[in-house]
Design a protein around this ligand. Structure first.
Ligand SMILES: [Ca+2]
Ligand SMILES: [Ca+2]
Length: 219
């Protein structure tokens, strides 16, 4: 089982971890790691009809992560990045506050995260700090609630579901707009399911409902 928040010290990542570099003056609103490790930012244009134009590189060296997820961990309204390194280390790249160079040095906030099939972050509990949702190969769903301390945010996970092993993609996000993250997931057959947050943090995700098909055509 993973342990979180065991070290609060700020440190530079080892050479094997990504050490992002920055170059662009763009607001943070969309990010994507590429196969070659480039971190690209597609800033929302302000036009919902054509929100994402050309991406710009805001970092490199991100290819070695097992999982990368973007959410506001620190509660300042700017998205941070959580990465699970190949050795299971959980690293937090907190937004610096400077949109021109948002992500500097990562800080270790946990170990033992290598064994998950899916790692996604969003605010499940509604306190404006992102929690981490994981799926294990045995299908168990865990929520690691942010404890309130940004230096050691994730101290332990609670098993809050089972039977999630059939999904090939799992993403936590507030689809319904109530301030508590829901979960959307796809099956390899392309079916898209939505699990809405029940309002009860101890049993947030009950029965999902089918809300789409054909999602297996996406890369
Ligand atoms: Ca933040
Ligand atoms: Ca939270």
């Amino acid at each position: 089982m993973p342990s979180g928040g065991c070290t609060g010290a700020v440190r530079s990542p080892p050479a094997t971890y990504p050490q992002p570099s920055h170059c662009c003056s763009v607001p943070a609103s969309a990010r994507s790691p590429r196969v070659d490790g480039a971190l690209l930012l597609y800033a929302h244009s302000g036009d919902n009809a054509a929100p994402y134009g050309t991406g710009r590189s805001i970092g490199s060296g991100w290819a070695s992560f097992r999982h990368v997820t973007v959410a506001d961990v620190t509660g300042d309204g700017k998205a941070d990045i959580l990465g699970v390194a190949s050795d299971g280390t959980l690293l937090l790249y907190a937004h610096s506050g400077d949109n021109a160079a948002p992500y500097g040095t990562g800080r270790q906030v946990g170990t033992g995260w290598a064994g998950f099939s899916h790692v996604t972050a969003a605010d499940v509990t509604g306190d404006d700090k992102a929690d981490v949702v994981t799926v294990s190969p045995d299908g168990s769903l865990r929520v690691y609630a942010h404890g309130g301390d940004n230096a050691a945010p994730y101290s332990g996970g609670a098993v809050l579901g089972s039977g999630w092993q059939g999904f090939d993609r799992v993403m936590a996000t507030d689809a319904t707009g109530d301030g508590k993250a829901d979960i959307v997931g796809t099956h390899p057959d392309g079916s898209l399911y939505l699990y809405t947050h029940s309002g009860d943090d101890t049993a947030p995700y009950g029965t999902g409902r089918l809300i789409g098909s054909g999602w297996n055509t996406l890369a």
